[in-house]
Design a protein around this ligand. Structure first.
Ligand SMILES: [Zn+2]
Length: 62
């Protein structure tokens, strides 16, 4: 599985983690934007990155 990432359409930064996104609460859910330039990021991308844990594999529950 490839890790989720998103190339910002504004500044070209490769956004690979939620720390590179700004999250703004709004009445209809959450909206996301590039932390570097403020260009909005598709919510599906923001959600994917936000669900990603630190480290890599989430399937190590022995
Ligand atoms: Zn950007």
């Amino acid at each position: 599985m490839s890790s989720p990432s998103h190339r910002c359409g504004g500044c070209g930064a490769l956004l690979e983690s939620v720390t590179e996104l700004d999250r703004e609460p709004n009445p209809t859910g959450r909206s996301w934007s590039c932390t570097y330039c403020g260009t909005s990021v598709p919510s599906v991308v923001g959600e994917k990155l936000s669900h990603r844990r630190d480290g890599s594999a989430t399937d190590r529950r022995s």
